[in-house]
Design a protein around this ligand. Structure first.
Ligand code: FMN
Length: 337
């Protein structure tokens, strides 16, 4: 089994579901000596298989694939219906027909098929977000040569993840762009700063750690690695690179001097996520409910209809968003190594 401690450059590209991660981004990260990860979230298993083939066709063997763990608690349809009422008028203004709350059920994002694919393809690194995989899933993956990582946001979750037999942890701090990887979607996302969280996890768990969240400069990367993690995991700083598939409205908002603030919101998906503040958040955050994945599906049509409007889409961004520049991802990865 490959080991994260062997990376030539201690930088891991965050898996970024929803478009930003492409096979090209993974290849560029590996070419610079780091490690890329595909994002399997929201995709069909067939599409994930074709992305894996594209990474391998690019000459890369040591890479990761990231999978969302299904929700433990079923969706509360009454809460979804309440949120639906709040966004109904906006949906009508865009000419979008919203699905009804009854049509928005629980969805496991093809979890079993994705695990089977990881085993068949013997993916070197499989990481999980949004929850803790069961010990059975972890041992099945390990039996197929996959090294298993779990994303955690608290030291208690790190202990739980270690108990499954996982090989490594992605320790995610509060400055991270995109979704916070809380195990229970209804808990408030922890605010313990990344350096403190890393120290707290290290005091209780011996597994190798990758540290994520707001790491966008060489100084920040060196500082957090000096506390023990074998690598940093970076997302936002890669969003404007040539190889990223970030939507144009998202990429240009990151560089827009008028956008000065990121906030954590459940308005788009029901799970807490950090994004550049925009009108969608200002209008709907107060009414949002913690009902992932139903809220994600509910707002999906609105976000597609407003794809070119930075005030109508989820502009995922960590606090280091000002450091995201237009260049090759290989250059970004080398700079942070
Ligand atoms: C656009 C975007 C999409 C993301 N999608 C995922 C994902 O699919 N799976 C995951 O584990 N983390 C995802 N994350 C979180 C990253 O793994 C990581 O924790 C975060 O990017 C680190 O903080 P930074 O953005 O400040 O570098 C995403 C982050 C961003 C910015």
């Amino acid at each position: 089994m490959v080991d994260l401690r062997d990376l030539a450059v201690p930088v891991v590209a965050a898996p970024m579901a929803g478009g930003p991660t492409t096979p090209e981004l993974v290849v560029a990260t590996n070419n610079a000596g780091g490690m890329g990860q595909l994002a399997a979230g929201y995709l069909t298993p067939e599409r994930v298989a074709s992305d894996i083939a594209a990474v391998r066709a690019g000459g890369v063997e040591t890479f990761g694939v990231n999978i969302f763990v299904p929700e433990a608690e079923p969706v509360d349809r009454e809460a979804v219906a309440r949120y639906r009422d709040h966004i109904l008028e906006y949906a009508a203004s865009l000419g979008v027909d919203l699905p009804t709350a009854d049509e928005l059920g629980d969805d496991d994002d093809h979890f079993d098929a994705k695990i089977a694919l990881m085993c068949d393809e013997r993916i070197p690194f499989v990481s999980f977000a949004f929850g803790c995989p069961s010990p059975d899933v972890v041992s099945e993956l390990r039996r197929h040569g996959c090294s298993v990582g779990v994303t955690v946001t608290t030291a208690d979750d790190a202990v739980l993840a270690a108990g499954t037999g996982a090989d490594w942890l992605c320790v995610q701090g509060p400055d991270a762009g995109g979704h916070r990887s809380v195990f229970d979607r209804r808990t408030e996302p922890p605010t313990q700063p990344l350096n403190d969280l890393v120290r707290a996890v290290r005091a209780r768990v011996e597994l190798p750690m990758v540290a994520a969240g707001g790491v966008a400069t060489p100084e920040r990367a060196d500082r957090v690695r000096s506390l023990g993690p074998v690598a940093v995991q970076v997302g936002t700083v890669l969003l404007r690179t040539h190889e990223a598939g970030t939507k144009p409205a998202h990429a240009s908002a990151l560089a827009d001097a008028a956008r000065t603030e990121t906030v954590v919101t459940r308005a788009f998906s029901g799970r807490p996520a950090r994004a550049l503040r925009n009108r969608f958040i200002d209008r709907f955050d107060g009414a949002a409910v913690a009902e992932y994945p139903a809220v994600n599906t509910l707002t999906g049509g609105l976000r597609r209809a407003a794809a070119a409007d930075p005030d109508g889409i989820n502009l995922w961004a960590g606090t280091g968003f000002r450091e995201a520049v237009v260049e090759s991802a290989s250059d970004t990865v080398r700079r942070l190594g």
